[in-house]
Design a protein around this ligand. Structure first.
Ligand SMILES: Nc1ncnc2c1ncn2[C@@H]1O[C@H](COP(=O)(O)OP(=O)(O)OP(=O)(O)O)[C@@H](O)[C@H]1O
Ligand SMILES: [Mg+2]
Length: 508
């Protein structure tokens, strides 16, 4: 019998071998994912500073690769915060490395997306990525990098420093990759359109390999407030997190430890909780045994009186901006938006925003058009696996007098410090009961308002019809009755018409 051999695998090697997990499964999807990851990083970089983003994306043809695929060069330029030079190599050359592991809302979560795109470019074209960046200080840094896949480390092939005469701030990444643009094109254009819808303060420009220009211009410069970093909420902790906090803490007693490391724990809450858990307030956290830590975790979850997390770590779009975005991209006849109050799942705060658009530029299909977003990222694949899809399917639409073949678009946006994605490819939201409940309540609210609008519209339509009949026959009746009565002067029909009119002229 042969002996099993054991070996270790680096994070980049793992993702290199399993790139489907991140959505890089075929030449058309890969090109879409590469653009999407780069654009998301650029949006995060601009939004973190509350700068209205200007993002310029160019995909240009380089050479034929195989029968179906070509080599393209992707260049993405932004006016975001830039990256300090010492972090550039790892930010683009080390898988699972990033600045977004903090507890606040961001598009990026895993420290993976940008690198997966670069890694994909590297394994399909064997060329390095060029990163140019400045934080607006006196220098601009240009790195040429490759990823050492086995060691999960960046290889710096070249490094240049330029004087930043114009105080430019931002990042430009450029790399080559193999793909099938023609197939990917509809999804890519749709991606930009949908991104523009929930980022109405962004200027997005895309130049495709045929030289076609797609421009999505901002409708406003108002931006949501950037999220604040928060501490873990007691309901979301596990033993590992408690152990880590105990290791690093400088607090010498349980009361200050709880107040210093957890969200929503003040002096009185800490005191009440410690009484509930039977832990002396002056106990040194570093003296807790493993069993006591496990019990502490269980009690933190059991205690009912912690306030829910506040939402300052979130940055929802808000009703006004959502309205501006949907109007800009769909120009509907009627639009209703609704933002739910903050809610939580497993200690993570989240907010659901919903819009329902009717008529005008809303496409008419055999079913509603659903636009799904998470932390302002459009989710374009695997719609049927998303919780929103099921929520919408479960609504009794007849009750709202809304039919799936009407020109109706539904926009669902969930923002959270931890969006419950099912995969690292960020394509759909898992079916958490709390999320489902919030989405169901939101959809009921917007559906109710659309129902009112439709009912009113029907009323006005019927009224118009009724008045149409009156105005057709009244003159004749007036004429006949005048002759019959042997009068010479006909009665004033306008007066009569006004008296049967139920609505003012501006409404009919
Ligand atoms: N255009 C950019 N401007 C500023 N910083 C950037 C830019 N692109 C990437 N970065 C930095 O590089 C890090 C790694 O990016 P990457 O896309 O690999 O991971 P992420 O965005 O943190 O998470 P995710 O895997 O969810 O995308 C980011 O956390 C960010 O700090
Ligand atoms: Mg990213």
């Amino acid at each position: 019998m042969s002996q099993a051999t054991f070996e270790e695998m680096s994070a980049s090697d793992f993702f290199y071998r399993n790139r489907d997990i991140a959505g890089l499964s075929n030449p058309s999807r890969s090109i879409f994912v590469a653009i999407r990851e780069a654009v998301e990083n650029s949006l995060d970089a601009a939004e973190s500073q509350k700068i209205p983003p200007n993002i310029y994306v160019r995909l240009s043809f380089e050479s034929e690769a195989t029968k179906e695929t070509q080599v393209y060069k992707l260049r993405v330029e932004d006016n975001g915060c830039g990256i300090p030079s010492r972090f550039i190599p790892s930010a683009f050359g080390q898988v699972l490395y990033g600045s977004k592991y903090k507890l606040k809302q961001a598009r990026g979560t895993f420290g993976l997306g940008g690198k997966m795109a670069v890694l994909y470019g590297q394994i399909t074209t064997h060329q390095p990525v060029t990163v140019t960046s400045s934080t607006g200080q006196e220098k601009i840094y240009i790195f040429k990098l490759m990823i050492d896949i086995q060691r999960n480390k960046p290889i710096i092939l070249d490094r240049k420093v330029l004087i930043n005469k114009d105080n430019w701030r931002g990042t430009i990444i450029e790399f080559t990759l193999e793909g099938d643009y023609l197939r990917a094109m509809p999804k890519i254009i749709e991606y930009f359109k949908q991104t523009a819808m929930v980022n109405p303060y962004a200027n997005l420009t895309f130049v495709d390999p045929k030289g076609r220009l797609y421009k999505f211009t901002r409708a406003t410069t108002t931006m949501p407030d950037p999220p604040k970093e928060t501490m873990p909420h007691p309901y979301g902790v596990d033993v590992e997190l408690l152990q880590r906090l105990i290791q690093i803490t400088e607090f010498m007693n349980m009361s200050t430890f709880l107040r210093g490391h957890f969200h929503r724990v003040g002096e009185i809450t800490a005191q009440k909780f410690l009484e509930f858990a039977g832990i002396p307030a002056n106990k040194n956290p570093k003296k807790l045994t493993h069993e006591e830590i496990v019990r502490l975790m269980q009690n933190l979850k059991k205690y009912k009186d912690f306030l829910p997390p506040d939402a300052s770590c979130l940055s929802p779009l808000g009703e006004e901006l959502l309205k501006a975005g949907v109007t800009k991209e769909l120009n509907p006849e009627y639009l209703v938006v609704h933002q739910r109050k903050p809610s939580t799942y497993a200690g993570h705060p989240f907010i659901v925003e919903m819009a329902m658009a009717y008529g005008g530029g809303v496409p008419k299909r055999s079913n509603f058009v659903i636009y799904r977003y998470a932390n302002k990222i459009p989710l374009l694949y695997d719609e049927a696996s998303d919780v929103a899809y099921r929520v919408i399917a479960n609504v009794n639409w007849k009750r709202y007098k809304v039919h799936p073949d009407m020109p109706v678009a539904i926009v669902v946006h969930i923002c959270s410090t931890k969006v419950p994605y099912k995969t690292v490819g960020k394509e759909f939201i898992s079916d958490r009961p709390e999320v489902r409940r919030e989405e169901a309540n939101a959809i009921r609210e917007v559906a109710r308002q659309l129902q009112h609008f439709l009912a009113r519209q029907e009323h006005v339509h019927n009224e118009k019809k009724r008045l149409g009949i009156f105005s057709k026959y009244l003159p004749k009746i007036a004429e006949f009755s005048t002759t019959l009565a042997k009068e010479t002067k006909q009665p004033d029909i306008e007066k009569l018409l006004k008296s049967v009119q139920k609505y003012g002229t501006e409404e009919s």
